[in-house]
Design a binder for this molecule. Structure first.
Ligand SMILES: O=P(O)(O)OC[C@H]1O[C@H](O[C@H]2O[C@H](CO)[C@@H](O)[C@H](O)[C@H]2O)[C@H](O)[C@@H](O)[C@@H]1O
Length: 323
């Protein structure tokens, strides 16, 4: 990725002072609450007397849940192939058109990257590890680990994930990487290239080996709230077969991959009902997962910008390669 000179400042912004588009508030944000900090800026959804599952049907959560993952289908290599496509094929092709593989454009990327300083940013689930039914078993292969280790010898390499930083570190296990967990809300660099500490959202901590590191955590104030919501969601979803709730420190994931599709409205409504009491939290959709996170002006993209800024001097002053 090319370095930019005018990096955005990684500041935790008061949600009440932000406008909707800047916040990136999901169009399927739950109803506004009386007294909520978004007064005047919230999405008004007319409420008739609610039927049990009307909320999630009318606000589009269910549609988003259905289209939240690429269809599991054989890979169609040639989109122009003159073969009959069934509905799954068509759904798969549409997904691939919307989310094309970088490998298809590898030569173009290489030629754009010539003579530039390179930093590598990678997601974890579905990128370094295959998507599997049990999130605890999303294991990275030894081959992939060694590929990432090799890449990191030449280019600063970061994992940016929705998982908690600790969990992804346990899965990846490479000390030489940068890690941005909780959708970028928890950033740590390697011991010898720790992230900037001259910011109010930076704190000193120790890594798994007990070495001193700087962490960048712009959503620290949400820790107790996230913890509380996690416990409520565990309790409220416990009767839904296949549901799984994960605490990712600054965000919570509610998985429905293993929930019968007939119960998706129930799990969605359950999350919706909990969120109604937390106007400072919002919902986003991942792959067969509902993600609850703080309303702050921060996300994976901002984490990448923050890391690029932190990396600036390192990239220009040391051994890291150009192509
Ligand atoms: O931002 P990401 O790194 O893409 O994280 C998003 C979610 O990743 C994990 O869930 C996904 O992978 C699981 C294992 O393959 C799969 O079972 C699940 O259906 C996927 O959504 C993680 O467990 C979630 O907590 C993250 O929100």
């Amino acid at each position: 990725m090319e370095l930019k000179s005018n990096q955005a400042s990684p500041v935790l912004t008061d949600p009440a002072s932000l406008n909707k588009s800047k916040l990136g508030i999901h169009s399927r944000l739950p109803y506004s609450q009386p007294g909520a900090s978004f007064s005047g800026k919230c999405i008004a959804i007319p409420r008739k007397k609610p039927g049990k599952l009307d909320d999630v049907r009318s606000n589009g959560w269910l549609d988003a849940m259905k289209s939240s993952s690429p269809p599991r289908k054989k890979l169609i290599k040639d989109f122009n192939a003159d073969v009959g496509l069934d509905d799954f094929d068509i759904a798969y092709c549409s997904w691939m058109l919307k989310y094309p593989s970088a490998l298809k454009y590898f030569e173009k990327i290489m030629s754009e990257a010539k003579k530039k300083k390179i930093a590598i940013f990678s997601d974890y689930d579905g990128t370094l590890s295959p998507i599997v039914d049990d999130p605890d078993r999303a294991i990275m292969s030894d081959g992939m680990r060694s590929a990432v280790r090799n890449v990191a010898k030449y280019f600063p390499t970061a994992i940016i994930t929705g998982r908690s930083r600790d969990k992804v570190y346990d899965l990846v296990g490479l000390t030489e990487l940068y890690y941005a967990g909780s959708h970028g809300m928890d950033i740590m660099g390697p011991v010898d290239h720790t992230v900037s500490d001259d910011h109010p959202n930076s704190i000193k901590s120790t890594d798994q080996q007990g070495k001193e590191v700087n962490l960048f955590q712009p959503a620290r104030e949400f820790l107790p709230m996230i913890d509380e919501v996690f416990r409520t969601l565990v309790e409220n979803t416990k009767s839904i077969k296949g549901a799984k709730v994960e605490n990712h420190k600054f965000c919570v994931s509610v998985h429905y991959r293993n929930v019968d599709e007939k119960s998706w409205p129930t799990i969605a409504q359950c999350v919706h009902d909990v969120l109604k009491d937390y106007p400072r939290l919002r919902l986003t959709h991942g792959r067969k997962v509902l993600e609850v996170r703080p309303v702050i002006d921060w996300n994976k993209g901002k984490a990448v910008e923050f890391l690029l800024e932190s990396l600036g001097n390192i990239l220009y002053n040391n051994k890291h390669a150009t192509l």
